[in-house]
Structure formats: structure tokens, C-alpha cells
Ligand binder design. Sequence first.
Ligand code: PLP
Length: 428
Amino acid sequence: MNRNQQLFEQAKKIIPGGVNSPVRAFGSVGGVPRFIKKAAGAYVWDEDDVQYIDYVGSWGPAIVGHAHPEVIEAVREAALGGLSFGAPTAAEVQIAEEIAKLVPSVEQVRLVSSGTEATMSAIRLARGFTGRDNIIKFEGCYHGHSDSLLVKAGSGLLTFGNPSSAGVPADFTKHTLVLPYNDVAALQQTFAEIGDSVACVILEPIAGNMNMIQPSAEFIQTLRRLTEQHGAVLIYDEVMTGFRVALGGAQSLHGITPDLTTMGKVIGGGMPLAAFGGRADIMACISPLGGVYQAGTLSGNPVAVAAGLKTLEIIQRPGFYEQLAKHTQMLCHGLNAVAQEAGLPFCSQSVGGMFGLYFADAVPQSYAEMAASNTEHFKQFFHGMLDHQIAFGPSAFEACFMSAAHTPEHIADTIGVAAEVFTQMVRG
Ligand SMILES: *Cc1c(COP(=O)(O)O)cnc(C)c1O
């Protein structure tokens, strides 16, 4: 047994499934997860000292590359001054101002420690602000693991959802309506019938948890118009897309001003930091100003804020997103070309530093279309690439991430290996 195998066996005895977050267990692709020892730039190394080009990027945060020297230095400096105070700090005011500057729909913002906390709090706030209970989410969108968001669609349109996880009482999800992504007619029908009872609509403005799926312009414009007409709060869950698809997030690309925005991943630069913010009149409903309770012992943690501030500084340097987007496109175009040469049904797309790979003839527009893609092909691709020291996320339903540390050489290597893997897959 190699060390990854040994550690996985050891881990399974003491940690459920051997992991602290389910996708890490390689459940949908099979095989042994790599235990990561260290990371730098575009690379991660496992416990057997194998080096990989990494397109997971900690599921998004590592946009400037792993262990960026300036971020590490900022963290070191902050840590020397104390790890947590449970009191306000100057740096958290600074990062709040920085977030509001970069995302103009955010007039006020509160820091939390995870994306789950950010979305859970934003939904409580929307309910408190509107005095309504019902919320709408979309099939295939993930907003963290709070109870009322762990919902699968009911059996028909306008049927409220059922829990998608054991341990969630049906009572907790009976106010959550699940609609198909990109389905304008379903949205119109729902708002026509129950629009005035809707507290909020939450969506991934570019979905990244059912692989990557983009909304149509008509879908998001209809959504903004209907929520406004019916006094429902529109929540852009930009935990993944914020500072990832563009400096101003998906909302800057869509030209949409949401009422609330949730952020995470990139803003912590790899440390536990997330945020929710938006319209000042809505944010004023939060404790201690208003009646909606929300709190956190480690909220605005000084070490996490230091990592976040430095990351936000680096991504604002000239040309950062231009290069990131160019490199991501370069990879996608290259993969499309070698797949076509091999005769394999495959396509890909990217926005900024986020991309999706699909074993299908066309880019999916909904969860149902994504679910119809060839997951067997994905498995073969995943393991073929990993065997050649290139790491993608271990599930067909995840987006992939480029960092500023990925060079054209890394990308050319990746395309070269993919050409071999695709050819092997076609030969069978
Ligand atoms: C990752 C993610 C979350 C949850 O964030 P955690 O920090 O894992 O709790 C919520 N929403 C979206 C869109 C995400 O991608």
C-alpha cells in the first residue's frame, strides 16, 4: 500500500468516510483520494510526493495560486498579532469597504466564516425583511448545507420541495420551492400564482455546482423584473462566482443589481471567510440594529481577513482577469480540439477563471441536461488525467478552476495529456 492508501484506511476508521467533506472521498469516480501534503502555485503534492497540476484550487479560493508568497506573508504577520479577539478590528472595516467598492450592489456587508453561513443568514434576513416565509431556489444549485436549502424538487411545478438529506424535517423545507434553472415559463407561472408570498429567490448566477451552467439573459432579466414587481428579495449567491468570473462577480457581467449577495471562497484566499451584503435598508434588519439574529465567534477573524485583503489586492492588479480568462479559454479550446480529433463527444466553456468540461455533444443548460451527460466518460477522463499528474475535481458535477499561477506551459501539458487520454478512451 502506498501512503495515500494507508492514510485513507486509517482515516476511514476515525472520520466518517475518511473525509471532512463528502466529494473528497472520490465516491463518484472510485479509487483512493490523494492526501495533500502541500501546495504552491499551480501545483499540489500528495503524501506519496507526486506532484499534480491542480484545477481544483481548493474548489475556487486559490485564484492567485496556492501559497502565494504575499498572502502567506500577510497571514504570518496577522497571526503574530493574535489569532482572534471577538471584538471589531480596523482590517475588517477595510475589507468591508473593499468589497463594497468592487461589488457596488453591496452597500453594507457582514463577514461570516463559511458560504453556508452566508446563504443561511441572507435567507433569514430576506424572510425577516419581507415578513414572508416562502423561498425559491433552482434545481442543481447548491447554497451550502443549511436545512431549508437541502431540498429536491416536488413532483410538480408549484409543489413545495422535500428534504434531499436525511435529518431534515419535511416541515423545514415546506416553504422551499425548487424550479428548473433557465426555465422562464416556470418562473412566470410561479410568480403569477404565489409571487406575493415569496420572501426571496436565491440562485447561483452562473451555476458551478452542477458542473458549470450559464443562465440565459432572458432568465435573469425575468427573474430581476418579477422579484422587483412582487417585492421579493433577489439573492445572488456568488460564493463561487464572486471575484472568480470577473472582478465584480457574475452580477457585473449580467448588468443586474441584486438585493443581496453572498460571497465566500475567493474572498478568504484559502482561509475561512465569507460574507453577505446588499441594500442598506435590508441589512439594517440585522441584529444589533434590527430583529434578525445573526452572530459568530470567529466572524471577521483577523488572520482570515488578512488573507482576504491581500488576495483582493492582488486580483486588482492590471491585466489579472484578462490573463486568467485568456488562459482558461486557451485550455478549453485546446481540449475541444483534441477531443474532436479523437472523435469523442465533448465540449467545454469558460467564464473568467471558471470552466466546465462536459462529455456531451452540447453544453448543458439545466440540471436535467447535465445529468444526461456521459459520467462514465468523465470517470475515465478523471483517472486518466490523475494518473498523468493532472488533478480535476473528482465529480462530473463540479466546475473547474484556473489560477494566475497556471502558465501556457501547464496548459499545453494538460492538453497534451488529454489528447492521449481521449484517444485511449475512444479505443476503449
Ligand atoms: C461552496 C458554495 C457554498 C457553500 O460554501 P461553504 O464555504 O462550503 O459553506 C454556497 N454557495 C455556493 C454557490 C458555493 O459554491
